[in-house]
Design a protein around this ligand. Sequence first.
Ligand code: SF4
Length: 88
Amino acid sequence: MKYQDQTWRLQAACAGRDQAIFFPEVPLTRISWAEARAICRECPVVIDCLFYAVSARVEHGMFGAKTPEERRRLRRKLLSRATESVAS
Ligand code: SF4
């Protein structure tokens, strides 16, 4: 599986930063994610990171500029489209 190759992490914009930014404790609000999301949006491997987190069903932290809930919604949408594609 592609997500097992994590060499993309070598280019991660979050490397060396305070991981509490990406894994905030409470409260999990839009504001508490803002700093992490801004860093992710400038990251050269944001797509690899998002693909990894969605594929591996990572249920915590900011990955690929998406919160856990945003990734769950994205996964549901992708599965729905895949199901429609198979059925048609
Ligand atoms: S997208 Fe965000 S969490 Fe993922 S590697 Fe880049 S900075 Fe880190």
